[in-house]
Write a protein of this length. Structure first.
Length: 268
């Protein structure tokens, strides 16, 4: 799908920075302690990554995180074995571990290329901004009403589960309202920090009224000074449309719309 990008290019997130930082640390550990120390450090990194993915599964119920934690487990076991025994082992002894690492690599590539573990925040912001043509009246620090949905509490809660499982938004339940937080901070994604007050959000209240708030941080991700009122209205309408699709059993169409944008699965 061809469209004119309205967001600025993405910045490096903390995952990319940690990945780059680990490379010189692995090199230094190799120079200091050789292969065993380097693989010992790698085993520690992969074990921590495995725990993070398990935590992500319990937060989102996205089974992709189970598969990713399994992949990291295989790599942890392989790295731990090398850290303990070194590389001076018969090839047949190492073969099962090598096969497990290859299998783990296939899992990781499939999950990331297939966008199974991709938070959809940037895609939501792009979809909301597509019809915006007005560049007057910039950012305003206030929530804005934006439309209404027609659904039961059971339908809204089921929709919240769908949005959470597919990493579209993190739902919070407060005084009969459901607030969908567009979780963009890594600390929020992995559960180190909670809440929605410092994130852009869309709220469905008990009467079905929709309210939208976009943070200044997210607003400044756009290249131009788009009309804030129009942007909020379109973001609200987007979630109303998502809810209607889900209510009629067409939730897969929501994912199709995201995938049709063809954003880079590794950095966007």
């Amino acid at each position: 799908m061809y469209f004119i990008r309205k967001l600025k290019p993405p910045e490096w997130n903390i995952e990319h920075k940690l990945g780059i930082l680990s490379l010189p640390i692995l090199l230094v550990s190799f120079l200091i302690g050789g292969v065993k120390l380097m693989f010992g450090f790698l085993a520690l990194l992969e074990f921590i990554a495995m725990l993070i993915q398990l935590n992500m599964y319990f937060r989102t119920k996205n089974t992709g995180f189970i598969w990713l934690s399994l992949a990291f487990f295989f790599i942890t076991v392989f790295a731990g074995k090398i850290a303990y025994t070194g590389l001076d082992n018969p090839r047949t002894e190492n073969l099962p571990f090598i096969v497990a690492v290859i299998f783990a690599s296939i899992i990781i590539i499939y999950l990331f290329v297939g966008k199974k573990l991709k938070w959809r925040t940037r895609e939501i912001l792009e979809l909301a901004a597509m019809p915006v043509s007005d560049t007057k009246n910039g950012f305003t620090e206030r929530p804005l009403p934006s439309g209404k949905i027609d659904g039961t509490q059971m339908e809204i809660h089921a929709f919240a589960g769908f949005m959470q499982k597919n990493l579209i938004a993190m739902p919070y339940f407060e005084d009969g309202k459901v607030i969908f937080s567009l979780t963009s901070l890594y600390s929020k994604q992995i559960g180190l920090k909670r809440g929605f007050v410092d994130e852009s959000w869309i709220c469905f209240n008990q009467e079905g009224n929709v309210t939208v708030f976009i943070t200044k941080k997210d607003y400044l991700k756009y290249k131009e000074q788009l009309s804030f009122d129009q942007l909020c209205a379109l973001l609200g309408n987007l979630f109303v449309e998502f809810f209607e699709l889900f209510k009629h059993g067409d939730g897969v169409r929501i994912i199709d719309r995201f995938n049709a944008l063809r954003l880079n699965p590794f950095i966007e």
